[in-house]
Design a protein around this ligand. Structure first.
Ligand code: GAR
Length: 201
């Protein structure tokens, strides 16, 4: 079967990346992860990926200072070198420019730790607790220019318990993320394969 060449972009520990790598061991999974890229050279997830035999590359954003697009052009070069066909953001904590989003429109997805459209941005769990919500959760969505605004592909709710702290809630949501993301990656990949959208050059 056709498997899309996948890049996973991370900034830290990479547990969602691990869940996707695990799922991709199945013969009928529609993506083939070939590259893990981090904007932080010290990201733990890079070591995990390397230990599994994947290309694991850091493109440090710091030397680019405030020039986001120059940083992204360096990232794009690595993606093109690896002939990437789909991009998954898994805890990648950089805001993307319209230029980069445009390169990967319809081929890039993100996981966010809230039930979108509630709580885009940061501190999602604390905001859900402070609002007195009965449930929190996670969402996987297509990446568009607006931060955490693209169409949702799949979501998983997680009940908020009495006395929950943001950390406790985040830990329970993370377990759901690990189930949700591999499933959503497969849904999105099958959609990309069915549309045969041209690749960036
Ligand atoms: C995950 O909880 C993910 O939802 C969140 O970062 C964490 C990464 O964990 N992403 C965002 O907040 C994006 N705005 P991981 O590195 O262990 O996968």
């Amino acid at each position: 079967m056709t498997r899309l060449k996948l890049a996973i972009l991370i900034s830290g520990r990479g547990t969602n990346m691990e869940a996707i790598l695990q799922a991709a061991r199945a013969d009928d999974y529609p993506v083939n992860p070939v590259l893990v890229l981090s904007n932080r050279p010290d990201a733990k997830g890079l070591d995990t990926a390397r230990a599994q035999g994947l290309a694991a590359i850091a493109v440090d954003h710091k030397p680019y200072s405030k020039d986001r697009e120059a940083f992204e052009r360096a990232v794009q070069q690595v993606l093109l070198e690896h002939e990437i066909e789909m991009v998954v953001l898994a805890g990648f904590m950089r805001i993307l420019t319209p230029w980069f989003v445009g390169q990967w429109a319809g081929r890039m997805i993100n996981i966010h730790p809230s039930l979108l459209p509630k709580y885009p941005g940061l501190n999602t769990h604390q905001r859900a607790i402070d609002a007195g919500d009965a449930e929190a959760g996670c969402s996987v969505h297509w990446v568009t220019e607006g931060v955490d605004e693209g169409n949702v592909i799949a979501q998983a709710p997680v009940p908020i318990e009495a006395g929950d702290s943001a950390d406790k809630l985040a830990a329970r949501v993370l377990l759901e993320e690990h189930k949700l993301y591999p499933r959503a990656v497969a849904i999105a990949a099958r959609e990309i394969l069915s549309k045969k959208k041209p690749l960036p050059v």
